[in-house]
Design a protein around this ligand. Structure first.
Ligand SMILES: NC(=O)c1ccc[n+]([C@@H]2O[C@H](COP(=O)([O-])OP(=O)(O)OC[C@H]3O[C@@H](n4cnc5c(N)ncnc54)[C@H](OP(=O)(O)O)[C@@H]3O)[C@@H](O)[C@H]2O)c1
Length: 252
């Protein structure tokens, strides 16, 4: 059965991906929803009466979650038609001034879990399968005060470009979506709300449009998709401007 695996499906952009998935990929019949909050996943599942939805309440920062997912994949052997690596977190604050566990959480979730879930899912993919990774405009240039977050998203974008080339012979596409700020729980959870002039001034992206555009980009097999003209321009600027100069402008 064609299956989609969506991480971070309990809120924000992830929930929006799930809501719009059938519009873009109607052939996918089964959804595996991953996040920590089981009650929120159940609510999302209840809104999808026409699909076979399974909620997997896993903490992807915990290595045990990888064993649980691997065992389920091995036992059920689904055809993974779409993997959306969306779960992510980003905390505002300087290195050396925040708990180590907070800084390393971004590495564990944004890099390690994304890498692990992708590695486990690929053997269950076939020609035409798609991987959609949620990166960020933070991947375009290092962002002081969110140094770990922006480096983690630079990994996501670089990982996407490399893997897209690696999987070409298998007919599997890999896409990274790079949204600007969105009004989701991410902002409060990361201590960003009210503490960053940059976030207060930047134009916001609408997660409904980001999710729709990203699903279409994945369907079209695009490698990098940046919503909004403003951020397409920012991406180009970051490519042509010396990084030592850009980094001064990119402080969160
Ligand atoms: N909002 C923005 O401004 C913005 C901008 C650019 C990119 N992004 C990226 O967009 C993606 C989605 O974020 P969002 O804005 O939709 O924020 P969000 O509402 O906070 O969503 C984050 C999702 O990740 C899940 N998650 C967090 N920690 C987890 C863990 N340890 N294990 C499993 N799941 C976990 C959360 O579910 P549980 O809490 O239930 O586990 C939630 O479903 C992230 O990758 C983020 O970096 C966000």
């Amino acid at each position: 059965m064609k299956t989609a695996i969506i991480t971070g499906a309990s809120s924000g952009l992830g929930q929006e991906f799930v809501r719009q998935l059938a519009d873009v990929f109607p052939e996918i019949e089964a959804y595996w929803l991953i996040a920590r909050r089981a009650d929120r996943l159940e609510e999302v599942a209840e809104s999808l009466p026409d699909k076979q939805v399974e909620c997997l309440p896993l903490d992807l920062c915990d290595l045990m979650s990888f064993s649980t997912l691997q065992e389920k994949l091995t036992a059920e052997r689904p055809e993974v038609a779409l993997l959306i690596n969306n779960a992510g977190c980003g905390y505002l604050g300087n290195l050396g001034e925040m708990p180590t566990a907070t800084q390393t959480r971004m590495v564990d979730l944004n890099l390690r879990a994304l890498t692990a879930v992708t590695n486990m899912a690929i053997p269950f993919m076939t020609r035409g399968s798609r991987i959609l990774n949620v990166s960020s405009i933070a991947s375009f240039c290092p962002n002081p005060r969110m140094t770990v977050y922006s480096a983690s998203k630079a990994y996501v974008s670089a990982f996407t470009v490399g893997l897209a080339e690696e999987l070409k012979p298998k007919g599997i596409t890999v896409t990274a979506v790079c949204p600007g700020p969105m009004k989701t729980e991410f902002l409060d959870a990361g201590g960003i709300t009210g503490n960053s002039k940059t976030f207060a001034t930047l134009p916001y992206c609408d997660q409904v449009r980001v999710a729709g555009g990203a699903l279409q980009a994945a369907k079209a097999g695009r490698t990098i998709y940046t919503p909004r003209l403003f951020y397409k321009f920012y991406r180009t600027l970051a490519k042509v401007t010396p990084v030592k100069l850009m980094v001064k402008l990119a402080k969160t």
